[in-house]
Write a protein that binds this ligand. Sequence first.
Ligand SMILES: *Cc1c(COP(=O)(O)O)cnc(C)c1O
Length: 373
Amino acid sequence: MPEDTSIRIPSGLLPSDGRFGCGPTRVRQSTLDHLAESGSSYMGTSHRRPTVRRMVGRVRSGLTELFGLPDGYEVVLGNGGASAFWDAAAFGLIERASQHLRFGAFSSKFVGVVSGAPHLEAPDVIESPLGTHPMPSPSDRIDLYALTHNETSTGVTMPLRRVEADGLTVVDATSAAGAIAVDPMQFDVYFFSPQKAFGADGGLYVALCSPRALERIDRIAASGRWIPPFLSLSSAVAQSVKDQTYNTPALATLFMLADTVEWMNGQGGLAWSSGRCAANAAMLYGWAEQHPMAQPFVPDPSMRSPIGATIDFRQPLTWAGLAGTLRANGIVDTEPYHKDGNHLRIGLWPSIPHSDMEAFIACLDYVIEAILS
Ligand SMILES: *Cc1c(COP(=O)(O)O)cnc(C)c1O
């Protein structure tokens, strides 16, 4: 059933902001206002000078506070987003062999990077059916365990515990970071891009690195392995501690990230932001569980993502009809990642107030009733 653009949601039901995507996510208006107010004092100035370096410093100290990073951890920044970090990790973090938990599109991409690397052994890959997550299996052959805190493509989250083994625990936290509570003692690297829970823009990666991870980066860099300079983690570390990046960063991305991290810290930190997501999640999954035409895609409630929900719908409702009708009414980006299921993916981010989640559900109810009538 194609979208029915004749369905008009009454304006009184609409959320204050129609962006419900799973990434990129809504950028708060106040962040955009602050950026505009910076006028000629920030945008268009040199990233090697104090104005921009202070912004990088704000990002680093704000994230250190938000995550409660212990002494010796570093906040490392580089250009290229989480996808570039996978490439950088293949060169500069994996010694010989990695183990990957593969349970969706993003965890699969990291496997793809590592599988083709000529200087590495074939990775261990542990899979589980879509809608679930596998568990790591410690092994003497493995020097890096690649976990994904939240597999954004399917809406599955996994508990984050350090793998009890010699290898590093390296976590793709691209959608989880800032939205799910985490204990930094449980990871060696926690990496992410700013356009998900931090509601900034893409193009940058952030990697929270433990002393063990920093030691590994140094050792591989000194080993003589060829590493493309742009992907060198040791130069990313060396630049980051000076509040710089290897090459020119997108200044607006840094500004919006700093602004949002400080906003989260001011609201009550990670406990607050993860609490807001959990409350949004409880509202939406609760709605889906009791609706005769809907149900959460992930069967095990403990694995359901608190930041991006995948909700299945029964025929004659279709994802194209629902997402298209919502889009025609200004509620955007609820389309699925995999177009083979009949579901929507709906963001539950820290930037989404409960009143907007309630309004979203009221709009969905309205559209469903209108389509079925
Ligand atoms: C969005 C996402 C990525 C990719 O991030 P980019 O910034 O586009 O490289 C990687 N992993 C996960 C879990 C994601 O959600």
